[in-house]
Design a binder for this molecule. Sequence first.
Ligand SMILES: [Zn+2]
Length: 196
Amino acid sequence: MRQSHIKELNPFLGSFLYIIGGEIAIYVGMELLKSESEDITDEDITESIKESIEGTEIDFEPNDSEILKLNTVRKTLYKLYSEKLAQFRRIRDKSTGWFIYYWWHEFDLLEEILLEKKNFIENKLRDRLQFEQNNYFFICKNCQESNIKYNFDEAFELNFRCSNCGNPLEAQDNQEIILLLKNKIALIQNIKISID
Ligand SMILES: [Zn+2]
């Protein structure tokens, strides 16, 4: 049986689960942690959560007489799966012919997943910064309402004259957005991701 060093839902993991799938994802996450050493199906998880919230105010299906549907748990498990936080194997039930899905968590990968996300965002911001630094635009102050922007090549082609009114084109100041992007990059670089 697989063993994990994560034994409880720490606040970091809890927050991430919440972002992925709302409150139900936290409950599903707790069930996956509880059942680390046994095979657990989506049906088992649903039943176990239903038991745990019985007699409380919690109702995951406000428009339904049931407090939690199997389908809601399945959807949540797939959300965790698509974020690489859960895995499953399926086995065909010989008597019914249906597939049975056994689930387990991959919460040990959380740090790696978050680092990946952090790097992804940082790269996106850097691309955008580079774009802004390499592409400044030219506008015509006279035709500002039309919102026409020309990049350098286009402005050059036009001899830096507005194609609409013939007035000289002026470089648009994008220092503000460049500064904003630089600040965001610095901010994300300073985020320390540590689960323990
Ligand atoms: Zn113009």
